[in-house]
Structures are given as structure tokens and as C-alpha cells.
Design a protein around this ligand. Structure first.
Ligand SMILES: [Zn+2]
Length: 262
């Protein structure tokens, strides 16, 4: 592949990511409101005015309109262009890792599902079943094609991931009489195990707990010692799962070298 063609393809996958990110914004808004994700066309959440196609260009429109609705001039949340940029970046990084392949496609679909889950959990403290419940069998089925995870590892991922966290949640609730990890987290972990295999779970657990602890402690410092100020765990699980796609191999090699198998 020539240098120019490579750059054009990279640009294509970044722009594709930004467009899909724009669609994910719509999904996040409509799934949390319980609305259809296809009809009607995009509209301003403040004045309900339909958004014209030329005002719906990812990132660019936000800059052109200087972050305000063309009709009512209400501020548009920075979340919209930020999420488009994030999706563009992840699409590009996945393309660089996998090239134009099924692996890219599957990993990108998985990443998009996690973006939607993480942002809904951040805003509403809920992980939507409409994504995780179909996600578990879907990502299990995908392991039959070119994902590098055997379907046996996928099954164990669902059982060990979902099962062990279910047990932790039950024991925690029995001991403290408080609900710790929600059912949504358990279904999400089962979905992560389905796509990444059971071997990914240790990495995901370490990274998400570490991130959760840092943010949790920071929140306690900012908001005082009120532990009831719960931080949703879904975003940390999502970040850890995406990190595993990029760094999981290094982590595995590190573990194996430590054990002296090589
Ligand atoms: Zn408006």
C-alpha cells in the first residue's frame, strides 16, 4: 500500500468513526428516553426544531454554529462533538491495529456498544438491558469468526464474568445490607467476557477497579466523605475493556513471563 493510499484510508476510517459517533449521540439520547433510534430525524432537544442535514456534520457543525442551536441559540452540550471525536479516534486506532478486516468491524461494533453504555451510565446511573442482553449472545456468536477468541473462552468468559460478579454482589449485599454492584454491571461483564474471553477478566478487573478507586477517592475529597455519592462502574468497565483490545497482549505476555513459562 502506498503512503498516500494508507493516509486516505486512515482519514476515511476517522471520518466514518465521527459519523457513527454522531449516530451514537442519538442512540444515547433516545435509548435513555425509551424512544425509537431511527425515527424521527434529529431535532434540537431544547426547541424540538428538526436539525438540517448541513447542520448535522460531525464536529464541523458544532464549530460552525459555535456550539449553539441555529434556531433557538440554546447551547449544545460539548458531549456531542467530544463523543464524535472519541469515536473517530477509536475507529482510527482500531483500523491501525486490525486493518480493513472483520476484526476491525467486530471490535468497532463492540467499542460503539461500550461508548453508548458508558455515557448512559454516566448520565442516568443505569446500564441499558437493550444493549447488554442481546450483546451477550451476539458477541458470543461473533467469536466463531476471526476474533482470535475461541468460542470455549467466550463461554467461560460469560460464565466466569457474569457468575463470579453475581456471587460478589450477593455476598456484598448479605454482609453490608446494601446494594453494591448493580445487575446492569453483571450483565455488562458477561458481555465483555463473551467478546474478549475469560482471560481478559483479570485485566478488566484490575484496570476498572484502579480507575474506580482513583475517581472514587477524588469524589470523596471533592464532595466530603459521603460514600453514598455513588460513582457508576459501567464507564470504568468500558474503558478497561477497550484498553484490553489494545494492551491485552502485552499484559498476557507480562503475566506469562513473570510465571517463567517461556
Ligand atoms: Zn434549538
Amino acid at each position: 500500500m502506498t503512503f498516500l493510499a494508507g493516509n486516505l484510508l486512515s482519514a476515511f476510517f476517522a471520518v466514518l468513526g465521527a459519523c457513527i459517533g454522531s449516530f451514537l449521540n442519538v442512540c444515547i439520547y433516545r435509548i435513555s428516553e425509551g424512544k425509537s433510534i431511527i425515527f424521527p430525524n434529529s431535532f434540537c432537544p431544547n426547541c424540538q426544531h428538526p436539525i438540517k442535514l448541513y447542520d448535522n456534520i460531525p464536529i464541523v457543525s458544532y464549530l460552525v454554529l459555535r456550539g449553539r442551536c441555529r434556531n433557538c441559540h440554546e447551547r449544545i452540550s460539548l458531549r456531542y462533538p467530544a463523543l464524535e471525536l472519541l469515536t473517530a479516534l477509536l475507529s482510527l486506532l482500531l483500523f491501525w491495529k486490525y486493518g480493513f478486516s472483520f476484526q476491525y468491524l467486530f471490535a468497532f461494533v463492540f467499542t460503539c456498544a461500550l461508548i453508548v453504555i458508558a455515557f448512559i451510565d454516566l448520565e442516568h446511573q443505569i446500564i441499558p438491558d437493550v444493549i447488554t442482553l442481546p450483546g451477550i449472545p451476539l458477541f458470543f456468536l461473533l467469536t466463531f469468526f476471526f476474533t482470535g477468541v475461541s468460542f470455549r473462552d467466550s463461554i467461560f468468559g460469560i460464565l466466569i464474568g457474569g457468575g463470579s460478579f453475581y456471587l460478589i454482589a450477593v455476598v456484598y449485599q448479605l454482609v453490608t445490607k446494601r446494594e453494591g454492584m448493580g445487575g446492569g454491571d453483571i450483565k455488562l461483564i458477561a458481555m465483555l467476557g463473551a467478546f474478549l474471553g475469560w482471560k481478559s477478566l483479570l485485566f478488566i478487573l484490575i484496570v476498572s477497579s484502579f480507575l474506580g478507586a482513583i475517581v472514587g477517592i477524588s469524589m470523596m475529597i471533592i464532595h466530603g466523605k459521603d460514600l453514598k455519592y455513588a460513582v457508576p462502574f459501567g464507564p470504568f468497565l468500558s474503558i478497561a475493556a477497550v484498553a484490553y483490545i489494545f494492551f491485552g497482549d502485552y499484559f498476557m505476555k507480562f503475566l506469562i513471563l513473570r510465571q517463567g513459562i517461556y
